[in-house]
Design a protein around this ligand. Structure first.
Ligand code: ZN
Length: 244
């Protein structure tokens, strides 16, 4: 048996399995292990860890733990500049996401904000992993086991149950506030909306819409027609604020 001391910082503490809450804490292991397995064994997926210090020195996930070390584990802090070379998470240059079956509403919000977000309400774990790899998307899921998969390079575990709060979390984590393109994508199918002349779709409009709106867009994927008022009604005020 070997034993190590661990300390988790910030909101990583919320992800720890019970029995690990009081930090720093000691953990006993049957033998040598990678620091990735050590950290994930405490409940924290590697996608949530931006810096590891082993006895004060930066380390990557493959570093072997042999016993006696003091391991400090830090989350992604947008407010704390870390030396770029030591960071384990990069902000991806693209903003393409893939959300699991439980994040339907978050997907709709991300699409409303203009972010390419794939979502299917029947996607299994294997489907998600395959699509993530093929389309190089950031995986969004609250399934820790799925995020712990070694092929998951970019991912995020929304902490909140609330979709509007989840939107804000994802925007902070991936630095998206400057990239918002409100109402440029179809919330139903992720299609990029295109402007359409009023006369082309006038037969499909309700009398009041016909009277009060002149600019329309249409989804090439599902054919849905949108106008300035169509998305905004009954939208959570926090989401509306992001979109404005
Ligand atoms: Zn559509």
């Amino acid at each position: 048996m070997i034993s190590v001391t661990l300390r988790f910082y910030g909101d990583l503490n919320e992800l720890l399995f019970t029995g690990c809450e009081e930090t720093p804490f000691r953990r006993r292991l049957p033998g040598t292990t990678s620091v990735k397995d050590l950290i994930e064994g405490c409940g924290v997926p590697h996608t949530e860890v931006d810096l590891i210090l082993i006895d004060g020195e930066p380390a990557d996930f493959t570093r072997l733990i042999r016993g006696g070390e003091y391991v400090s584990v830090y989350p992604f802090f947008d407010s704390m500049p870390l030396p770029e070379a030591d960071r384990l998470q990069q902000v991806p240059s693209h903003s393409r996401f893939l959300a699991d079956v439980n994040l339907g509403k978050l997907s709709r919000y991300l699409r409303m904000a203009g972010f390419d977000t794939a979502y299917r309400n029947d996607a299994g774990d294997a489907d998600l992993i395959e699509q993530m790899q093929e389309e190089l998307r950031v995986l969004l899921t609250r399934d820790r086991k799925l995020l712990m998969h070694k092929v998951v390079d970019q991912g995020y575990l929304p902490r909140s149950d609330d979709p509007a709060e989840q939107l804000l979390e994802v925007m902070r984590r991936f630095d998206l506030f400057e990239k918002v393109k409100p109402f440029s994508r179809c919330p139903h199918c992720n299609g990029v909306l295109q402007e359409v002349p009023k006369e082309e779709i006038i037969d499909r409009l309700e009398p009041l819409t016909k009277r009060h709106f002149d600019r329309f867009s249409q989804c090439p994927g599902c054919g849905q027609v949108y106008w300035a008022g169509s998305h905004r009604r009954r939208l959570d005020p926090r989401v509306r604020k992001v979109l404005n």
